[in-house]
Write a protein that binds this ligand. Structure first.
Ligand SMILES: *Cc1c(COP(=O)(O)O)cnc(C)c1O
Length: 428
């Protein structure tokens, strides 16, 4: 992601705790914080529902939700209540002891998925690391494979730690971080012949396929939905060869697609899956979930100091309780349909720029043509000036991932703001 524009010079005051004011300047920030992100020159200081305000008081409609993370939007009363209760009662004790909130959250997740057991950590990458370790231990101890291979998809995204960035099938994320972690192999997404060939190719000597790790819908890689026939066949192949199926549900899980889990769209059950982004509604938490047969971690195999603490689990439980409300997922489905049909109308007005609208529930992408004169970054930047926040998913896709509580009026408003943006950007 490239920075939007030159960073403003002025300093701003930002409300802080204890009534103190924090003085903020972009140049001071850039002098002290590592340059890992190409940031937009906005300092966001307050949120309410699907609205955000920057330090200068400008209002934005938030169709990013902290990158598909703020499930309940900003300052949701249930989230505020859970945070307040938990921080003033008990926030952290370590896994030396039993944590009731952790047990309750695990019970909820098991009761609402195909999994039997849960391990808690703090992020998506960490959950995927756990899945990779679990699959490797299963390969060594159950399958007797000495050099297990995990097959992942091209254009996937699984995280930024060394193992998960290796699992990520996008060369741009590997550059300058070699040597990568051994034991990964990439295939094109949604291509069953390529997968069968890879399994046949790898299925000799002691290098064998232990697991296949896939997203139900590729998020960062361009909002590409999984093909149901492909995934049905992947499940059959895994059953046939005794290969573990790992699904990365970090972005699609927790109701984002209108179903609680992305794999429900594909009519399959994974053996292992991971969750993070939306699970804590913006409070860091990750989870590794598996079926009983592959729950083979023993004490000492894997751990996390913060993982599953009372604070993160108490807050995630409040998110889960909201997801259970009768109309919650119905809203995700309906608002998603409303958004996609509005985007289709806009797309039909810009046939030279836009090729397709795709997605599930409230995870949608406006896909640009390869030869489109405008890029996704230009649209995202233009939309900011209209008061709408969106996020690119690669150079050709604008991603729309609002909080799941978004209203019909807010969807209409976002569509209007996007129309204004395109009208300014595209000169016919
Ligand atoms: C965001 C994301 C991750 C990484 O999650 P972090 O919390 O940033 O480590 C992994 N997989 C998918 C599918 C994601 O969208």
């Amino acid at each position: 992601m490239n920075p939007v524009a030159t960073v403003p010079n002025s300093s701003l005051t930002v409300p802080n705790h204890s009534g103190l004011e924090l003085v903020f300047s972009y140049s001071d920030f850039d002098a002290h914080v590592m340059s890992t992100y190409g940031r937009f020159p906005l300092a966001i200081v307050r949120g309410d529902g699907c609205r955000l305000w920057d330090a200068e008081g400008t209002e934005y409609l938030d169709f990013v939700a902290g990158i598909a993370t703020c499930t309940l939007g900003h300052a949701h009363p249930k989230l505020v209540a859970a945070v307040t209760h938990q921080i003033s009662t008990l926030h952290h004790v370590s896994n030396l002891y039993y944590i009731p909130q952790q047990g309750e959250l695990a019970k909820w997740l098991v009761g609402h998925s195909c999994a039997d057991r849960v391990f808690f950590c703090n992020s998506g990458a960490e959950a995927n690391e756990g899945a990779i370790k679990l699959a490797r231990k299963y390969a060594h101890t159950v399958l007797n494979i000495s050099h297990p291979i995990i097959i992942t998809a091209q254009s996937s995204f699984h995280g930024r730690t060394l193992a998960t960035v290796t699992a990520t099938g996008q060369p741009k994320y590997h550059q300058h971080f070699q040597p990568l972690v051994p034991g990964f192999y990439y295939v094109p997404y949604n291509d069953i012949d390529a997968l069968e060939q890879a399994i046949a190719l790898l299925d000799h000597d002691e290098r064998q396929v232990a697991a296949i790790m896939l997203e139900a819908l590729q998020g960062e890689g361009g909002v590409r939905p999984g093909n149901i026939n492909y995934f049905q066949r992947v499940r059959q192949l895994c059953d046939h060869y005794g290969i573990l199926l790992i699904m990365d549900e970090v972005q699609v899980g927790i109701g984002r697609t209108g179903q609680l889990w992305g794999y429900e769209h594909l009519n399959i059950e994974p053996d292992i899956f991971t969750s993070a982004k939306g699970l804590g509604g913006g409070i860091p938490i990750g989870a590794l979930l598996c079926k009983e047969f592959c729950d083979i971690f023993q004490p000492g195999d894997h751990a996390s100091t913060f993982g599953g603490n009372p604070f993160a689990c108490g807050v995630a439980l409040s998110v889960c309780q909201c997801l259970e409300e009768p109309n919650f997922l119905v809203n995700v489905i309906q608002r998603g349909e409303q958004l996609r049909s509005g985007l289709e109308v806009i797309a039909s007005r810009y046939p030279k720029e836009i090729s397709e609208v795709r997605g599930w529930g409230l995870m949608n992408g406006l896909v640009l043509r390869d030869d489109s004169p405008v890029t996704s970054m230009e649209i995202v930047k233009g939309a900011i000036h209209q008061g709408l926040l969106t996020v690119p998913a690669g150079p050709k896709v604008v991603r729309f991932v609002p909080p799941l509580i978004v209203t019909a009026d807010e969807i209409d408003r976002a569509l209007q703001l996007l129309s204004l943006t395109l009208a300014k950007l595209v000169v016919e």
